[in-house]
Design a protein around this ligand. Structure first.
Ligand code: CDP
Length: 221
């Protein structure tokens, strides 16, 4: 497929709604690249901890961006991010990162840098990209947009089942109320409430959206 034929499947939704799991399965099934944009914002938050940068001081964070190299790539069909050549791995899910990431993600310069990197992925191939603003800002023209939701109760239960302590409601509130690229249902996105659905059901629902919206037959193999 030529670059113009590459498609972007945008999957947005609140914290712990199951986006990443679903995006990974859909991407694997269709042979597309799965891009986890949350990991990119988490990597910036992680770097502020490493460098002792105060996230409430936006100009200090912006200055840090000039001195740190964030490199995005793909490994086994999944996006990767290195910070000055180092892969922070599981440290991206640590509590300090959870607490800082929404603040960092509200800084326009951080978003501008990462959105550019996210759009670059489409040059490599078709993508399933998950985040908060993929259907609204990163790829507003893609017809393939879903918003995966789940009740707060279900999302909290999913996080604690992973053994993680994450104030999802607080993060959602911050992500939804920020001025730039807030978490919202993008124009034309199909909302899937996954509260009472298993992962496979959600995957099927996403596949159905792709078919309904006219995804090219080639991507279904
Ligand atoms: O923990 P969960 O998988 O739900 O979140 P994530 O996808 O890892 O995203 C972590 C944080 O990054 C979010 O709470 C947002 O503040 C920010 N984010 C964003 O602003 N825009 C995106 N496209 C993706 C994440």
């Amino acid at each position: 497929m030529s670059v113009e034929k590459h498609i972007a499947v945008a999957i947005d939704g609140p914290a712990a709604s199951g986006k990443s799991t679903v995006a990974k399965i859909v991407a694997k099934r269709l042979g597309l690249i799965m891009v986890n944009t949350g990991a990119m914002y988490r990597a910036v938050a992680w770097a502020t901890i490493r460098d002792g940068v105060d996230v409430d001081d936006a100009s200090a964070v912006v200055e840090m961006l000039d001195n740190v190299v964030f490199s995005c790539g793909v490994e086994d069909g999944l996006s990767t991010i290195l910070v000055d050549g180092f892969y922070p791995g599981e440290e991206l899910r640590q509590n300090g990162v959870n607490q800082r990431v929404s603040g960092v993600a509200a800084i326009p310069e951080v978003r501008a840098l990462l959105v550019d990197k996210q759009r670059e992925y489409l040059k490599l191939g078709s993508v399933v990209m998950e985040g908060r603003d993929i259907g609204s800002v990163v790829f507003p023209n893609t017809p393939f947009k879903v918003y995966i939701d789940a009740s707060e109760e279900v999302r909290l239960a999913r996080r604690s089942a992973e053994g993680l302590n994450d104030a999802v409601a607080k993060r959602d509130a911050e992500d939804s109320k920020r001025k730039i690229s807030p978490l919202k249902v993008a124009d034309g996105a199909v909302v899937i409430d996954s509260s009472e659905m298993g992962i496979e059901e959600v995957v099927d629902a996403v596949m159905q959206v792709l078919r309904d919206k006219g995804a090219p037959a080639e991507i279904f193999g």
